[in-house]
Design a protein around this ligand. Structure first.
Ligand code: M6R
Length: 615
């Protein structure tokens, strides 16, 4: 996914745009570009391959004057990452510059028509087709930019958030959204900010408008925000107050956001539970469950849809809901679900889990579920994102902005929300004894303190990490609630250290992966004390017997496993169903330190984007 920033006002636009791009770099970072209407009235576009820092260097000797501009950080979909394909793209005459997040699906058809009319293209992007189309319509019909955008968007199939500058109207930005987020910030002096999410805007204003699908907004300096749709019907923007603080967005002394976010988890989970678990710690109140109690507790089946880390949280949610509420749960990759023609009943509850709330596949899965009449419930982090707006109800995880591309605190926040949801529903359905319910709620409130203890393993893990940097493959094993933790541990390692890793249910190992084991294969086993503990010990012995090097994550006080493991990482005890909240911490730290030892850019792993807003 790409990041969009814009500014129109009295201030110098360049520093605002560069800072905004840096804030959004987590969304994509193979190239970046900026368009400014200079003091002399020219429309200057500067682009560079690489990160925003490369763009800054490129701009050092350029004219970056002007108080109107748009900027973009790109994660390539059409065309390789280079400065030609980077945004902004000029229109044929050079009068317009446009930036775009999303995909224009029918761009080839549109391009052929434009070529037939004599228009030539510099890049291979779908975005350039859009800007040429808009200008062609504007000039050939002698209409305004807004009118041309409306006509053009009638012809476009796909997803987009776009922003356009017109050299002849230096006080105006026209922008539009369809299936790709766009937020307008309302400045105090009639000035406007624009971004893909609120983080680059928070420093300047706390008044924002989240554009809706189909909205086209005209940001004109000193004039009220105008929002219409493609048929020119006036839309009524809803101004919201945001409370993202700058401190939440900065690294706070940590070398990487990922490490900061790992260490923030105890505080984040306290925030997540605050106001939901009462002071006596014996009752959970989730307003979504109160408001839609009947729908939820009478669900015939629950289907969880998600991607990546959120899907792993969903696997834990399945075990929690099935064992506590006795409702069958299926967990689906949203990307498969949407194209599988799944059976969905009107009395199904579909839970969509997403940190960003913008994942395209998850949004499509929601749409499918809604069309089939299912009740759709969201578990999201980003406030005001598309998923919370397209689900009937839901619960925010409230862990604050997650900037590191590798998800950490969102995962534990999601598992915490799913734990609270399962407990609430079980209590309503009377499927667990009241005393057990209370004991579990109390234990959940102790998790942040236990996480703090788990974080004390950081130094030990930092010392261990160099041993594993040589590895080409790693195996992560766990059973029951710890199986999704194994999957998540393996995903973290793959994402940021580029070491191949597989998560496996420990007992399944002997049905295949055991053939891989030799003395070069590090095996990480989550062997906390639970129902399957003895069985996991047998699995460890199977690995050892084949020369495998075992690092075991165990419960404090364990004296058995150290006889068989090469390394032991000790964690505080908790209920089996909450173990993932504690056991994921050393695996996050392990992935982090291995990646740092290998000199990798932990917050910006290659080929990855923070939120995948395209298919
Ligand atoms: O924003 P979402 O939770 O919907 O994102 C889903 C995945 O793209 C995401 O979890 C991805 O797998 C992360 N990079 C994992 O660290």
């Amino acid at each position: 996914m790409c990041g969009i920033v814009g500014y129109i006002g009295e201030k110098k636009a360049y520093p605002i745009l560069i800072k905004g791009l840096q804030c959004l770099e987590y969304r994509g970072y193979d190239s970046a570009g900026i368009a400014l209407i200079s003091e002399s009235g020219s429309l200057n576009v500067y682009k560079a391959k690489g990160k925003v820092a490369d763009l800054k260097v490129f701009c050092e000797d350029k004219d970056v004057t002007g108080t109107a501009g748009i900027a973009h950080t790109r994660w390539a979909t059409h065309g390789e990452p280079n400065s030609t394909n980077a945004h902004p793209h000029y229109s044929a005459s050079g009068r317009l510059a446009l930036i775009h997040n999303g995909i224009i699906e029918n761009y080839l058809t549109l391009k052929e028509k434009l070529i037939a009319r004599g228009i030539s293209f510099k890049s291979v992007t779908d975005t350039e087709v859009l800007v040429q189309l808009i200008e062609h319509i504007m000039i050939s019909n002698d209409i305004t930019l807004l009118e041309a955008v409306q006509v053009a968007l009638h012809q476009v199939i796909g997803a987009y958030a776009i922003a356009i500058l017109d050299r002849r109207h230096p006080d105006t930005i026209v922008c539009a959204r369809q299936s790709s987020p766009l937020v307008v910030g309302l400045g105090a002096e009639g000035d406007y900010y624009l971004a893909s999410d609120a983080s680059p805007i928070a420093e300047y204003t706390d008044r924002v408008v989240y554009l809706n699908d189909g909205d086209i907004a005209v940001l004109q300096l000193g004039k009220a925000l105008k929002v219409v749709n493609i048929d020119n019907e006036t839309q009524h923007p809803n101004v919201k107050q945001i409370d993202v603080t700058l401190g939440q967005l900065e690294k706070g002394g940590y070398p990487f956001f990922m490490l900061k976010e790992i260490f923030e988890q105890p505080a984040c989970l306290r925030d997540c539970m605050r106001g939901r678990i009462n002071v006596d710690a014996d009752r959970i109140t989730l307003s979504a469950v109160i408001d839609y109690c009947e729908k939820l507790v009478s669900a015939r089946r629950i289907v969880i849809v998600a991607c990546g880390t959120s899907w792993h949280a969903g696997l834990i949610g399945k075990q929690l809901i099935e064992s506590l509420c006795r409702i069958p749960v299926e967990v689906e990759y949203a990307s498969e679900f949407r194209y599988r023609d799944p059976v969905i009943y009107p009395d199904d509850v579909v839970i969509a889990i997403s940190q960003s709330g913008e994942t395209a596949d998850t949004l499509a899965a929601i749409e499918l579920a809604r069309q089939a009449g299912a009740f759709v419930f969201g578990v999201c982090n980003a406030i005001g994102a598309s998923i919370p707006r397209q689900t009937q109800t839901g619960v925010y995880i409230h862990v604050g902005p997650e900037i590191g591309v590798a998800s950490t605190k969102a995962f534990t926040g999601q598992v915490t929300v799913l734990s609270m949801l399962a407990l609430c529903m079980a209590n309503e359905r009377h499927t667990i004894p009241v005393e057990l319910y209370k004991e579990m709620v109390r234990e959940l409130t102790l998790i942040p303190a236990k996480m703090e203890k788990a974080l004390k393993t950081n130094e030990q893990i930092e010392r261990l990490a160099p041993i594993f940097t040589y590895a080409r493959n790693c195996l992560y094993l766990g059973r029951g609630y710890n199986y999704p933790v194994a999957l998540e541990g393996a995903l973290k390692l793959k994402e940021i250290s580029y070491i191949h890793a597989e998560g496996y249910p420990a007992a399944e190992m002997k049905h295949g992966p055991i053939a891989l084991i030799d003395s070069e294969m590090p095996v990480f086993v989550i062997a906390t004390r639970d129902r399957l503990y003895e069985k996991v010990i047998s699995n460890i012995q199977e690995v050892r017997a084949r020369g495998g090097r075992v690092t075991a994550i165990v419960t404090e006080g364990d004296t058995q496993i150290q006889k068989f493991a090469d390394h032991i990482i000790t964690l505080p005890d908790t209920l089996e169903c909450f173990q993932p909240l504690i056991a994921s911490i050393p695996l996050q730290l392990l992935a982090y330190h291995i990646a740092v030892c290998k000199g990798k850019d932990v917050d910006r792993p290659r080929n990855l984007a923070k939120s995948v807003t395209v298919e």
